[in-house]
Design a protein around this ligand. Structure first.
Ligand SMILES: O=P(O)(O)OC[C@H]1O[C@H](OP(=O)(O)OP(=O)(O)O)[C@H](O)[C@@H]1O
Ligand SMILES: O=c1[nH]c(=O)c2nc[nH]c2[nH]1
Ligand SMILES: [Mg+2]
Length: 168
């Protein structure tokens, strides 16, 4: 994203599971889905949870990367496209396909995948305002100047006592 987000939104595994399950509840109303396409790598985690809840067993990946440098988006690269048999669903429009990612930030990744599957249903667990129009369903919105810290990117660290200068 442009600029460096200064607020932090840390997400625990418990919270992520709860939010991904809430996403599945919401998506249930738009199904059933014939197949799911997850945007790697972040989309792999909610995809597993949503696929389990909605009993989707045909799961494809689209491999994309753009945040090569922590918090700074570079050129968006597609490392692996969607297989032709998945693209052919819904008469070649993607109708009946669920595309899933962990979050939308600028919306660049989701917009690019939308070009490949224009009638697919797009879902993300978290959304920032700029990315919101690029997804059909999401659970929690955070401000554009917030960085979402996902549980697989974090570890336990010592916290200094508040009295010794920790942020309030
Ligand atoms: O809305 P955007 O500004 O395009 O950003 C959102 C994308 O950025 C992150 O992926 P990233 O490219 O960092 O790769 P990763 O999923 O492998 O971590 C995130 O998982 C989304 O896919
Ligand atoms: O872990 C992440 N947190 C974010 O807020 C974000 N935005 C784009 N890509 C991201 N990755
Ligand atoms: Mg990603």
């Amino acid at each position: 994203m442009a600029g460096s987000p200064d607020k932090a939104f840390p997400v625990s595994w418990d919270q992520f599971h709860r939010d991904a399950r809430a996403l599945a509840w919401r998506l249930h109303a738009f199904g059933p889905f014939e197949a799911m396409v997850c945007i790697t790598r972040g989309g792999l985690v909610p995809a597993a949870i949503v696929a389990r809840e909605l009993e989707v067993r045909l799961i494809e990946t689209i491999c994309a990367a753009s945040y090569h440098d922590y918090k700074n988006q570079g050129e968006l690269q597609i490392l692996k496209d969607v297989a032709p048999d998945i693209k052919a669903l819904g008469g070649g429009t993607g109708k009946g396909v669920l595309v899933i990612d962990d979050l939308v930030d600028t919306g660049k990744t989701a917009r690019m995948v939308r070009e490949l599957l224009p009638k697919a249903h797009f879902a993300a667990v978290y959304a920032k305002p700029q990315g919101r129009p690029a997804v059909d369903t999401f659970i929690t919105e955070v401000s554009q100047d917030t960085w979402i810290y996902l549980p697989w990117d974090m570890g336990l660290t010592f916290q200094p006592p508040i009295r010794h200068g920790a942020a309030g």
